[in-house]
Design a protein around this ligand. Structure first.
Ligand SMILES: [Fe+2]
Length: 230
């Protein structure tokens, strides 16, 4: 795997330009969003954190039918971020990026795609994920840890992957592009709480922190995207 880590991705945005307002410090995730996390965790406990079992049950039972998170006309859209140098078009359609025997801590990332203003579920939203592997390397020759999917009728997306590794200049993060069926493309990155490098990464944004629960066998992270529909 190539390791073309350019300066442009390390610090393309000066620290002073990173929004750090009080509102930004409050992630979009709401109490209902937190409940979504709690439900996922309860399921994992019941299932003994069986990875495959959880993967099968979470989207089918755990998230389907859940009320969408609180969202108002004042809720700010998810901040955009640079895509960096490692994005590739043509990723495979899949929700499971964690291929057999891949190294790393297993991670479920899930949540809602909601529309800005009316806070409705964005059914069919396109999401394209890409990330570094456990060692901090991107697969630039192929499509390891790259994949796109479409949110379901409730606006829910669901991803099985591994916790991305860190690499020089960057804290732990997952890249994603999100687009409502007739909307503009949001390019952004998802971050993890409690990471030592968060404060040293010029791109890090509190508003892009996922809610993460650590477990002995992996992690469950939730993040809701607020996007424009037109
Ligand atoms: Fe990156």
């Amino acid at each position: 795997m190539a390791q073309n880590r350019s300066i442009s991705e390390r610090c393309p945005i000066p620290r002073r330009e990173v929004a750090r307002t009080g509102e930004d410090r409050r992630p979009i995730l709401s109490r209902r969003g937190a409940r979504l996390t709690g439900l996922a965790l309860s399921l994992t406990l019941v299932l003994g954190w069986g990875w495959i079992a959880a993967a099968a049950v979470l989207p089918a039972v755990g998230l389907q039918g859940q009320a969408t998170p609180a969202c108002t006309s004042e809720t700010r859209p998810t901040p955009s971020q640079t895509q960096g140098p490692f994005y590739k078009t043509g990723s495979p359609l899949r929700t499971v990026l964690a291929e057999p025997n891949i190294a790393g801590t297993k991670l479920i990332l899930t949540g809602y795609v909601l529309s800005r203003g009316d806070c409705k579920a964005v059914a069919g939203a396109w999401l394209d994920f890409w990330q570094a592997d456990d060692r901090g390397d991107y697969d630039n020759a192929g499509y390891q840890l790259r994949g796109h999917q479409f949110a379901d009728s409730a606006g829910i997306y669901y991803l099985e992957t591994v916790v991305p590794g860190v690499y020089p200049g960057r804290t732990r993060h997952i890249h994603v592009k999100v687009r409502a069926p007739n909307g503009p493309t949001l390019t952004t990155q998802i971050y993890f709480p409690g990471e030592p490098r968060n404060q040293d990464d010029g791109l890090f944004n509190q508003a892009l922190l996922a809610n993460v629960r650590n477990d002995a066998a992996g992690r469950v992270a939730t993040f809701n995207f607020i996007v424009k529909k037109h």
